[in-house]
Ligand binder design. Structure first.
Ligand SMILES: CC(=O)c1nc(NC(=O)[C@H]2CNCCN2)sc1-c1cc(O)cc(O)c1
Length: 130
């Protein structure tokens, strides 16, 4: 009902604010756009579910996420895919892995610091009731 829509609107606002900060962080420019599979030819053989920060932002704006958990499932794909596709010890793979870990740590630090469990529970309850 009206009150519930206010909660979902607050979630969307927060997820947009969170994603905006990740998209503008210099360390995460490598995750900003979908991996160009014409350049990186074998990418789709290795990575089943591509995800990037601009697609994440578009999903938030399209009301794709009604709980934080749904958003985190997609957001975690970004850094997990980078770790999977860059397992080697060469400097390039290592640097992308460092950025993947930084993306994971930064995102989850913001969330833990800024979002109350009570708020997430409200979103989960609304989802369960629909
Ligand atoms: C985002 C990501 O996971 C990614 N990984 C790469 N790894 C490599 O190229 C490693 C793989 N191991 C062998 C040596 N090369 S390139 C790349 C990428 C970065 C962009 O800024 C845009 C883009 O389209 C793709």
């Amino acid at each position: 009902e009206e009150q519930e829509d206010k909660v979902l609107q607050a979630l969307r606002l927060y997820l947009r604010h969170l994603t905006d900060r990740l998209v503008t962080d210099r360390r995460f420019q490598v995750f900003k756009r979908p991996v160009d599979t014409t350049e990186v030819m074998d990418y789709l053989q290795v990575i089943r579910s591509p995800m990037d920060l601009s697609t994440l932002q578009a999903n938030v704006d399209a009301n794709r996420y009604s709980t934080l958990a749904e958003f985190v499932l997609d957001a975690d794909l970004i850094w997990r895919n980078a770790l999977s596709y860059n397992p080697n010890i060469n400097p390039m793979d290592r640097r992308i892995r460092q950025r993947a870990h930084a993306l994971n740590d930064t995102m989850h630090f913001f969330i833990r610091d800024e979002l109350s469990e009570d708020f997430e529970r409200k979103c989960e309850d609304i989802k369960a009731s629909r």
